[in-house]
Design a protein around this ligand. Structure first.
Ligand code: PEP
Ligand code: MN
Length: 353
């Protein structure tokens, strides 16, 4: 049985990086689904998304087209070759999604928040090979997110990824859901094998700022993006404000690629300089320790006291005004000299043995 620490990420390797999942918030009509998918297939999109059952904040809004939308997704697969994804929120959704051979299923933020719902979904998916993506819960509860993954793993589900779609806040202006860079970075650090995607659409809630934040996410080593697109965004039946056209998405991806390439080149040059400086630093440290070896031998031959801490301290004190002019803190220099002194004494001790 897999555990969360030993989870594999084989599924992501069948896709090009960054993995882009895109499509409308909701499937509305067959024509809207097919037109959006056809236009997306000309961009470098690999997975088409569309919500079939929509968790809406208030009743009376469009709550999803239901089962018929799954037939449209099948048509998308046949006509464009794209893989398809939809949201599932209970065992009945899972049953239909499997029946219609939907490739990727995602669990929305409002479901991740509820362990009963996750347990029901996990049991109905038992041992599936489908790719299951888990959005973060609506509030920043890391353990609840991890708990959802563990519930799926316990049911023998292997192909798992997560999506950061931001966290709810009372007051919204710039963002509809606040991104938390720390949580996501912690995730990457703790579970480097679990692919993590970024959903700039539900974070921004509007078109403004979407490209910029998507770019930042790719800098932070996200494996890809889930972006809402619609053939006529202003007419969308849900989340109209945040959807963009497939062409706008392509433009955004191209600009990210160019900016990333330029930034990466600059970074490479800077890292090369740091490599050279580190090389010099090692040489200088080695020169210091070569002298401490000579000092050790001298002290031994001339019967001088081995440890002369005061002389060392006097030297460091004399260097202090100089440290003030340098590019690092006095605290750092203090710690650095403590380490050097420790090795300085070790080498002297070895010299007299
Ligand atoms: C969606 O992806 O359309 C959706 C409802 O997202 P979330 O669960 O992030 O609100
Ligand atoms: Mn949406």
């Amino acid at each position: 049985m897999q555990t969360i620490d030993k989870i594999n990420n084989y599924w992501i390797h069948q896709f090009e990086m960054p993995l882009i999942i895109s499509g409308p918030c909701s499937a509305e009509t067959q024509e809207q689904v097919l037109e959006t998918a056809t236009r997306l297939s000309k961009a470098s999109i690999q997975i088409f998304r569309a919500g079939i059952w929509k968790p809406r904040t208030k009743p009376g809004n469009f709550e999803g087209i239901g089962e018929i939308g799954l037939k449209w997704l099948q048509k998308v697969k046949e006509e464009t070759g794209l893989k398809v994804a939809t949201e599932i929120a209970n065992a009945t959704h899972v049953k239909y999604a499997i029946e219609y051979n939907i490739d990727i299923l995602w669990i929305g933020a409002r479901s991740t928040v509820n362990p009963f719902t996750i347990q029901e979904i996990a049991e109905s998916l038992k041992n599936t090979d489908k790719i299951i993506l888990i959005k973060n819960p609506i509030h920043p509860d890391f353990d609840l997110w991890i708990g959802a993954i563990e519930r799926l793993i316990t049911q023998g589900i292997k192909n798992i990824g997560v999506i950061h779609r931001g966290f709810s806040t009372y007051k919204t202006d710039k963002y509809r859901n606040l991104p938390n860079w720390k949580v996501a970075l912690d995730f990457i650090k703790r579970y480097p094998n679990i692919p993590i995607l970024f959903d700039p659409s539900h974070i921004c809630g509007q078109r403004k700022g979407l490209s910029k934040i998507a770019q930042q996410a790719l800098y932070c080593e996200y494996n890809g993006l889930m972006v809402e697109t619609h053939c006529r965004p202003d007419e969308a039946w849900s989340d109209a404000n945040q959807q963009i056209t497939p062409e706008k998405l392509l433009e955004t991806l191209k600009s990210i690629e160019v900016i990333n390439k330029n930034a990466r080149q600059k970074l490479d040059v800077l890292l090369l300089q740091i490599y050279d400086l580190n090389h010099n630093l090692l040489y200088l440290l080695s020169e210091i320790f070569k002298l401490s070896n000579i000092i050790g031998k001298l002290k031994k031959n001339c019967h001088l006291p081995m440890v002369q801490h005061n002389l060392w301290k006097q030297m460091i004190d004399e260097l202090k005004p100089y440290v003030k002019k340098l590019y690092f803190s006095e605290d750092f220099s203090e710690i650095l000299f403590q380490y050097i002194y420790k090795e300085f004494v070790n080498i002297q001790n070895r010299a007299i043995e």
